[in-house]
Design a protein around this ligand. Structure first.
Ligand SMILES: [Zn+2]
Length: 298
């Protein structure tokens, strides 16, 4: 052993040195590189992991995961991940091919694992995050995957997940009581694509949509005409645009049916940082407030 190595070995043997900041950093693992398929999952992973994770989303704020086309930048990001978080239930039709193409061999956590999906015409509805109860399952699946990858961070991550879960449950209770004030006959609302089935089931609302479960298929002229006829014959208080896609179709339907626009609902993406729905909790609270404001008795 040369002198330099001997000196280093002697230094490392000094117990006091281990409490020095550089030694502590060397001992703790770097943040886990997490890649989430879309913005809602990325926010949940940040809430759960805190400083133990470094999270990026493939499909970002105000972007539509149904019609996403990955670029080489996304492939590179995924290739460098240590944990990939996806929604599942057929939401990210492009993810398996992207994972195969990048050669990523690490863990993939399906956040909706364990949820019994609502079925629409034989297809699972992928938008399960629109239920704050299902979101608690998402959090548990993400927590388990992060702890498995970074066991040293388990106590902090478990505590963060428990606190976040309480906030989700509190918001669920608060939305339930706010929406209870909406009379039964005023609970029909219309949106662009069928993203709010879980929200409707959770709070006893009746959502109609111009498009189906995915925004990838455009509503036909016949679909629009049918919706306008339905709206004219039924008591519909408001139509809502989404933060994805082109709002003009809903504006035209509202005009033709003589219904008013009740505002923007956030469906499959958070809004840009610093705006109304830039976290999952804010997204759910904003949607509930917008619905209550549009539907409350006048
Ligand atoms: Zn959707």
């Amino acid at each position: 052993m040369n002198t330099r190595r001997q000196t280093l070995a002697a230094l490392l043997a000094l117990p006091g040195l281990l409490s020095l900041p550089w030694a502590a950093r060397a001992q703790s693992a770097a943040p886990l590189r997490v890649v989430a398929s879309f913005s809602v999952l990325a926010d949940m992973a940040k809430e759960v992991g805190g400083p133990a994770v470094d999270v990026t989303a493939l499909v970002g704020a105000d972007a539509d995961a149904h019609v996403f086309t990955p670029s080489p930048v996304h492939a590179q990001r995924l290739a460098q991940a240590e944990l990939v978080v996806v929604n599942g239930l057929g939401f990210e039709g492009w993810i398996e091919r992207l994972i195969r193409a990048t050669g990523y061999r690490g863990p993939v956590v399906v956040a909706s694992q364990g949820i019994v999906p609502r079925m629409v015409a034989g297809q699972p509805d992928p938008h399960a995050w629109q239920s704050l109860v299902h979101a608690q399952r998402y959090v548990e699946n993400i927590r388990a995957a992060v702890v498995l990858a970074r066991p040293a961070a388990a106590p902090a991550v478990n505590a963060r997940a428990a606190a976040y879960t309480r906030r989700l449950a509190d918001l669920d209770a608060s939305i339930r009581s706010r929406l209870a004030a909406v009379p039964a006959q005023d609970r029909v609302v219309v949106t662009t694509h069928a993203a709010f089935g879980y929200l409707a089931d959770a709070y006893g609302l009746d959502f109609r949509a111009a498009q189906g479960l995915t925004s990838a298929s455009q509503a036909s002229a016949a679909d629009v005409a049918r919706l306008v006829r339905q709206l004219r014959s039924q008591r519909v208080r408001a139509l809502f645009v989404e933060n994805l896609g082109d709002p003009r179709m809903m504006m035209r339907i509202a005009q033709e049916a003589g219904a008013r626009l009740g505002g923007t609902l956030y469906s499959d993406a958070l809004s840009a940082p610093g705006t109304a729905a830039d976290t999952y909790l804010k997204l759910m609270a904003h949607n509930a407030e917008t619905l209550v404001a549009a539907l409350k008795p006048v």
